[in-house]
Design a protein around this ligand. Structure first.
Ligand SMILES: Cc1ncc(COP(=O)(O)O)c(C=O)c1O
Length: 403
């Protein structure tokens, strides 16, 4: 553990006079040294544009960028042509929503658990229908099926909730989409760094990944798609790098996949950083990471999820979950924002207070925001204990309990 933690310079910081506890991994993960080094190396030694020049630096940058694509493809067991670099999961979903040319009379069936980024790209173009949650806190598949009709173009579901950490059995959603002849997009923004995802085995049409939650820099992510599904997309936006020819009448020939989906100068440093990030994760192993996170999740729910005076959201025994826990102080004395501020400034614990870009989920739960603790494999049992005690102290001060 010490060897792993020593690779994150951020963890050497002190806040509130004690070592930083970073429990905001679902917002963005800290960056390990190999990722930082890869980005600095590109910027310092071969900073140049890609696929455009024939000089040494441009070739080095192009090779590094494409090499990263190969690494990411291997990591998710996809073909290189099926990996398009984008700014993040939000942009990947927009690329699909825009590329499908959805009409207002068509619909997309999703769930109430979705992040705003997996609602608005659809609802701004067509009808978005949200399946409710079942008693186990997972999206109800049967109810989702009832929402599908002849105008349903696509089904979408989050793989892992960014609020409750619940892991959705997404294979069943892929089967449901297949049974109804609709496309399926899985939001793996959270899942990609928590679960071992095999794109081929999963068989979804589209899988969206956020690089910055996977230990890569911000501003990078990937759209992974089945080749035939990607080919159906009308590329948006268009521009340099996405076409092989623009004629005198301004008609054009799109480039092959995946470049036709990468118009303009991409985030070269970010893509190179993402290659280093998947190398970093591969070296540790997604198997051990999944196992470690399952242990952290159990501890988090047992120690902090059961604290008197706090109510966990979506908690249900028997549901697999990433170590993400959202809590509400039901009297409203300690608002999520206030708790988060106190944990940061008095105890050095970074958490998130608010709606976590999931207003519809919070609304159906009848709460106005929550305090989210999101851990990852490098976090420790001691950090959980420190945070539990901090919360106990805060609750004891503000919410009088007992006689
Ligand atoms: C489940 C989920 N989907 C989508 C997103 C958006 O990802 P990005 O920041 O890469 O656009 C997030 C980010 O918080 C998320 O948690």
């Amino acid at each position: 553990m010490e060897a792993v933690r020593s690779q994150f310079p951020l963890l050497k910081r002190e806040i509130a006079g004690r070592p930083l506890v970073y429990f905001d991994n679902a917002a963005t993960s800290p960056k390990p040294q190999p990722v930082i080094d890869a980005v600095i190396d590109y910027m310092a030694r071969y900073s140049a544009n890609i696929h455009r020049g024939k000089h040494t630096l441009s070739e080095e940058a192009s090779d590094a960028y494409e090499n990263s694509r190969s690494k990411v493809a291997r990591f998710f067991n996809a073909d290189r042509a099926e990996i398009a670099f984008v700014r993040g999961a939000t942009e990947a979903i927009h690329l699909v929503a825009g590329g499908l040319k959805l009409r207002p009379d068509e619909n997309v069936v999703g769930t109430i658990l979705e992040h705003h980024s997996n609602i608005l790209p659809w609802s701004s173009r067509c009808e978005f229908r949200a399946a409710p949650l079942g008693p186990d806190g997972l999206p109800d598949l049967e109810q989702a099926e009832r929402l599908i009709d002849a105008k349903t173009r696509l089904l979408t579901v989050t793989h892992t909730s960014n609020v409750t950490g619940a892991v959705v059995p997404v294979r069943a959603w892929v089967d449901l989409a297949r049974a109804h002849g609709s496309l399926i997009l899985i939001d793996a923004a959270q899942a990609a760094s928590h679960s071992d995802i095999d794109a081929q085995a999963l068989g979804a049409d589209f899988l969206v990944v956020s690089g910055h939650k996977l230990f890569a820099p911000t501003g990078i992510g990937v759209l992974i798609g089945r080749r035939e599904a990607l080919e159906e997309l009308q590329p948006t936006p268009l521009g340099g790098g996405a076409v092989s020819l623009v004629r005198g009448d301004f008609s054009f020939e799109p480039r092959d996949l995946p470049w036709r989906l990468e118009a303009g100068t991409p985030h070269i440093a970010g893509a190179i950083g993402m290659g280093a990030a998947v190398d970093f994760l591969t070296e540790i192993g997604m198997g051990p990471i999944e196992q470690r996170n399952a242990e952290l999740s159990r501890l988090l729910y047992e120690r902090i999820g059961t604290l008197e005076g706090l109510t966990p959201l979506g908690s249900s025994a028997g549901v697999a979950r990433a170590p993400i826990l959202s809590l509400v102080e039901p009297t409203g004395t300690l608002t999520p924002d206030y708790l988060s501020r106190l944990l940061s400034d008095s105890y050095g614990v970074m958490t998130r207070g608010g709606h976590h870009c999931a207003h519809p989920y919070h609304e159906q739960a009848g709460v106005n925001g929550s305090l989210r603790l999101s851990l990852h494999f490098y976090n420790t049992e001691e950090e959980v204990e420190h945070t539990a005690r901090a919360l106990e102290q805060l609750l004891a001060m503000v919410v009088p309990r007992g006689p």
